[in-house]
Design a binder for this molecule. Structure first.
Ligand code: ZN
Length: 132
């Protein structure tokens, strides 16, 4: 199944936890694994705390690690090397256990779609595997 996401900024973290939980519920899987993945090369999937200051800290960290206009070769082609490099640091998927029909997340854990080259129309794939 797929989630459709409309991002509204160049970089932002969008909490998709409730949408993923709902798809796990609909699947009826009691014990298994939920893989959250994205096919985009300038976006990522991460798990962390949804606190507004921390969301900003994460984006600021990425800006420090990947400063704009640092002579990236891909910028010659479409001027978004930084977005790809940030996506590399974040990773494009997460796999979470499903236990007793529930996504196994810690109290402070949320799932984020991380936009690094928006605004764009984006999709997230959810693959829910049942373990016998
Ligand atoms: Zn590119």
């Amino acid at each position: 199944m797929k989630l459709n996401i409309e991002t509204s900024r160049h970089t932002e973290l969008i909490d998709i936890t409730s949408e993923v939980k709902e798809e796990v519920r609909i699947s009826g899987v009691q014990e298994g694994v939920c893989i959250i993945s994205t096919r985009h090369t300038t976006a990522g999937i991460i798990v962390n705390e949804n606190e507004s200051g921390l969301r900003e800290d994460i984006l600021n960290l990425l800006d420090r690690l990947v400063p704009p206009g640092a002579g990236y070769r891909h910028d010659i082609i479409d001027n978004n090397a930084g977005s790809h490099l940030k996506a590399v640091l974040l990773g494009s998927s997460e796999a979470l256990p499903v236990i007793q029909g529930q996504l196994e997340l810690g109290t402070w854990q949320s799932i984020f779609f991380a936009e690094m080259d928006g605004p764009r129309h984006r999709t997230v794939n959810l693959t829910i595997l049942k373990i016998e």
